[in-house]
Ligand binder design. Structure first.
Ligand SMILES: NC(=O)c1ccc[n+]([C@@H]2O[C@H](COP(=O)([O-])OP(=O)(O)OC[C@H]3O[C@@H](n4cnc5c(N)ncnc54)[C@H](OP(=O)(O)O)[C@@H]3O)[C@@H](O)[C@H]2O)c1
Length: 252
């Protein structure tokens, strides 16, 4: 198994780890020695990733959760993940509702509620549920999955962008609140990233990135590498940053 063992002895919970970027994050953390709780709604895909990590010699368990189902479901995930592996040292708030490109005139009230429930309320409650035991254990790391859409306006991404901007803001406030307790909170903000789910949108992603410095979409593994960095001991003095992994998208 590749990796330097820099996450050895740590327990990590990755939401939305049943596919895409979250799956790559779960695999990367496991390769570095973490015991990983893979979470999502789809048990079949979740168990598949657990098996894959196990086949590589890593440690993982699947704990299901629907993060759009309200506060109790989120608190249940915190409880069940802790029961499965012990105190969570690393929380990766990755799951999100990815709203298809739409005019703000088209967004329904139900879509607004769902986006805010999964993209803001769930990470808020999950982080609040897990931080006390991190503090008790002497420290921990939270890595949020933001987006370049949280930094720049896009005419077809108002709701999604607002939810990600909210997460970028929470990152700074939580970092300020928790740094003295040795809990670090940071965010990774990917640009267009190719995953097994959105390979069908390759053309749109390529046109989005064609005018930007690196001129290609990122990969889930490139985003995962940044998450592992921010979660680990190479980043012990980094608090409250939003790190773009975007091929220079935000540089222009
Ligand atoms: N791909 C990109 O271009 C890109 C760019 C910038 C930022 N991001 C961010 O990166 C993260 C991952 O995106 P992705 O492209 O990997 O998306 P994805 O392939 O669609 O994965 C989304 C994950 O979130 C989980 N999820 C969705 N709704 C959920 C719910 N109600 N409860 C629990 N889990 C839920 C899904 O699992 P289940 O279906 O099993 O529930 C899935 O594992 C998101 O935060 C996204 O905003 C992606």
């Amino acid at each position: 198994m590749a990796g330097t063992g820099r996450m050895q002895g740590r327990n990590a919970l990755v939401t939305g780890a049943t596919g895409g970027i979250g799956r790559a994050v779960a695999i990367a953390l496991a390769r570095e020695g973490a015991t990983v709780v893979v979470s999502g709604r789809d048990a079949e895909r979740g168990e598949d990733i657990v098996r894959r990590i196990g086949d590589e010699g890593g440690k993982a368990v699947f704990v299901p959760a629907d993060l759009g189902a309200g506060g109790q479901a989120v608190r249940d995930l915190a409880r069940d993940a802790t029961a499965a592996v012990g105190v969570i040292d690393v929380l990766v708030n990755n799951a999100a509702v990815l709203i298809p490109a739409q005019s703000m005139l088209e967004a329904t009230e139900e879509e607004i509620d769902r986006a805010l429930a999964v993209n803001i309320k769930a990470p808020f409650l999950l982080t609040a549920a897990l931080v006390p035991s991190m503090v008790e254990r002497g420290g921990g790391a939270v890595v949020n999955m933001g987006s370049i859409n949280g930094e720049v306006g896009m005419d077809v991404a108002a709701l999604y962008g607002a939810s990600k901007a909210g997460l970028h803001s929470l990152t700074k406030s939580w970092a300020a609140e928790l740094a003295a307790k040795n809990v670090r909170v940071n965010t990774v903000a990917p640009g267009p990233t190719t995953t097994e789910h959105n390979v069908a949108h390759k053309e749109r992603q390529e046109s989005l990135t064609s005018a930007h410095p690196r001129r290609r979409p990122g990969t889930a593994e490139e985003v995962a590498a940044a998450v592992v960095f921010l979660a680990g001991d190479d980043a012990t003095h980094i608090h409250g940053v939003t790190l773009p992994v975007d091929g220079g998208f935000l540089a222009l």
